[in-house]
Design a protein around this ligand. Structure first.
Ligand SMILES: C[S@@+](CC[C@H](N)C(=O)[O-])C[C@H]1O[C@@H](n2cnc3c(N)ncnc32)[C@H](O)[C@@H]1O
Length: 280
């Protein structure tokens, strides 16, 4: 199939532009006081955001091993593919958004000659990353939100974000904010969960997310049990609203060029990468 949109390609399929249906928005339960790095503000947190904060508060202790086990070892492989797709230049200053316990940050430090700022909104997840990199002067951890990055325009040579977009209310606005802090020509790579499109793999994916994940999660802890129940339906909702055919053009609209979409494990993971266009 020929490309229907400039600057956008996938490894397996070329994707075109589809109609916008708009991001899913959630009700606002009321204002909360939050203080993140240089940004301290009083504002309303959506139920989606509140849920993300609560969800990750109980996960750091088992996160690194549980994530790999519940994905049958696929998740570390996808993360490595994303880090490779970043193609960060030597000496790069990289921002790792939704860094969690620091698995992507660690892969970046192992793969590239770079310094990394690891940012996450969960104090509990980030505490693990801070401990992990205590002896590494080229890593700094920052408590903050993807929607309001405490950085200047074009401050970074490269940026990664992982499993983030299912937790934000406004995907296009968050993409614009992420790309804002990358210099023109700078590289961006991301990893999100997806849903396989081929019927046989889709059926297998459905069976695993509705049986293995909830049961396996419960065996680890009650917090992981909730994650196991939540993930399948949540990934499906995101994949319905933001399939790669729509997310790719959203990257281009938000200021990226040479966007590549790479489905992993028959589409259960999606690695995207691109370069910040000079015109933005
Ligand atoms: C599944 S974890 C991924 C962690 C890590 N990147 C990895 O690959 O293992 C998702 C992370 O996104 C963070 N997160 C969710 N929404 C966020 C937001 N709006 N801003 C910053 N971090 C966010 C969560 O706190 C959590 O640590």
């Amino acid at each position: 199939m020929p490309p229907t949109r400039p600057n956008l390609q996938t490894d397996d399929t070329r994707v075109g532009r589809t109609a916008r249906t708009g991001p899913v928005r959630c009700s606002l339960p009321g204002p909360v006081a939050v203080g993140y790095g240089r940004h301290v503000s009083e504002r309303a947190a959506s139920s989606r955001k509140t849920h993300a904060r609560e969800l990750f508060a109980g996960l750091p202790a088992a996160y690194d091993r549980a994530g790999a086990a519940l994905s049958f070892g696929q998740d570390p492989r996808w993360r490595r593919a994303m880090v490779t797709a970043l193609e960060a230049p030597d000496g790069a200053r990289v921002l790792d958004v939704a860094a969690g316990t620091g698995l992507v940050t660690a892969a970046l430090r192992a793969r590239y000659d770079c310094e990394v700022v690891a940012l996450d909104q969960s104090p509990q997840m980030l505490a693990r990353a801070t401990a992990r990199f205590a002896g590494d002067p080229r890593v700094r951890t920052v408590l903050g939100e993807a929607e309001r990055l405490p950085f200047d325009d074009g401050e970074f040579d490269a940026l990664t974000f992982t499993y983030l977009l299912r937790y934000v209310d406004d995907v296009p606005a968050t993409l614009r904010e992420l790309f804002r802090v990358v210099r023109p020509g700078g590289r961006v790579a991301s990893l999100e969960f997806g849903v396989p499109t081929a019927p046989v793999w889709r059926a297998g994916w459905w069976a695993v997310t509705r049986t293995v994940l909830p049961v396996g999660g419960r065996l680890i802890s009650s917090d992981w049990g909730e994650v196991g129940r939540f993930l399948g339906p949540n990934i499906e909702e995101f994949a319905r609203t933001w399939p790669p055919e729509r997310l790719g053009p959203a990257w281009v609209d938000a200021g990226m060029a040479r966007v590549v979409v790479r489905p992993m494990s028959f589409g259960a993971g999606v690695v995207m990468s691109g370069a910040r266009s000079a015109g933005h």
